[in-house]
Design a protein around this ligand. Structure first.
Ligand SMILES: C[S@@+](CC[C@H](N)C(=O)[O-])C[C@H]1O[C@@H](n2cnc3c(N)ncnc32)[C@H](O)[C@@H]1O
Length: 234
């Protein structure tokens, strides 16, 4: 990484390093496997083409990165994350699959280690809510994308409808945190609720994308507006 992360970023980094061993299992159990469908939607909306060079930022254990790599075929995909433990899992997962054109990079989403105008497409799955500076992260994505290229950013947000907000909170309090507690990770998953309180809803994400300099931005709500995919074009 170029420079040391801030203390808050270090805390986030250490949370994800601690979560790493159980991360995939919890994702599957808590979403009933649906996170794969939502990640595939993000890949589709980023519009990767065979032979292209693509980036998956905040790649974690790398399942979305692999989906992207299957789409580019003979191209190249970079999976970047600042959690060494999750990146190690991503590498192990990739070694178990058929060979894919993926380069894993330990790096910071706020200081992407790439030249401007380098990528044909980019994705980010459940990462934007976790970075310490959303605007800087969007500006970095804009910088490294080629003109006309798209980034698709998948994440949870608080649903505007109060009943759906209550359902989401019930899901977090009754299913997510107790299940994580059973794996010794209560504190690590309790951070999700405050992170959602801070995170912009879809229309605000669109406004932030325009402020960062993207030429167009659309937010597609999914899963009863409890999450969505921001698609921004350079
Ligand atoms: C909820 S996980 C998502 C992982 C994966 N994309 C997925 O969808 O399963 C969020 C990821 O963001 C990473 N992350 C958070 N802030 C980051 C930053 N500033 N730079 C790089 N990675 C970061 C964490 O290490 C973690 O792997």
């Amino acid at each position: 990484m170029n420079s040391a992360p801030t203390p808050i970023a270090q805390e986030i980094q250490s949370i994800f390093n601690r979560i790493a061993p159980e991360y995939d299992r919890l994702n599957d159990q808590l979403s009933l496997g649906l996170h794969r469908v939502w990640k595939q939607m993000a890949v589709n909306w980023s519009n990767p083409t065979p032979g292209s060079v693509c980036l998956d930022v905040c790649c974690g254990s790398g399942d979305l990165t692999q989906m992207l790599a299957r789409r580019v075929g003979s191209g190249q995909v970079y999976g970047l994350d600042f959690s060494a433990a999750l990146l190690a899992m991503a590498q192990q997962r990739a070694e178990r699959s058929l060979p894919l054109p993926i380069t894993w990079i330990e790096g910071d989403a706020l200081q992407l280690p790439f030249e401007p105008n380098f990528f044909d497409a980019a994705t980010m799955g459940y990462g934007l809510r976790n970075v310490t500076d959303i605007s800087q992260s969007l500006q970095e994505l804009l910088r490294v994308l080629k003109p006309g290229a798209k980034v698709a950013i998948l994440d949870f947000h608080r649903p505007p409808n109060p009943y759906l907000r209550a359902v989401q909170q019930w899901y977090l309090d009754t299913l997510v945190v107790p299940m994580a507690e059973g794996m010794g990770l209560k504190e690590e998953y309790a951070y999700i609720s405050p992170s959602l309180d801070r995170f912009p809803i879809g229309s605000e994400q669109v406004a932030l994308a325009y402020q960062a300099g993207f030429s167009s931005a659309v937010h597609y709500p999914i899963a009863a507006d409890m999450m969505g995919i921001l698609v921004a074009t350079k």
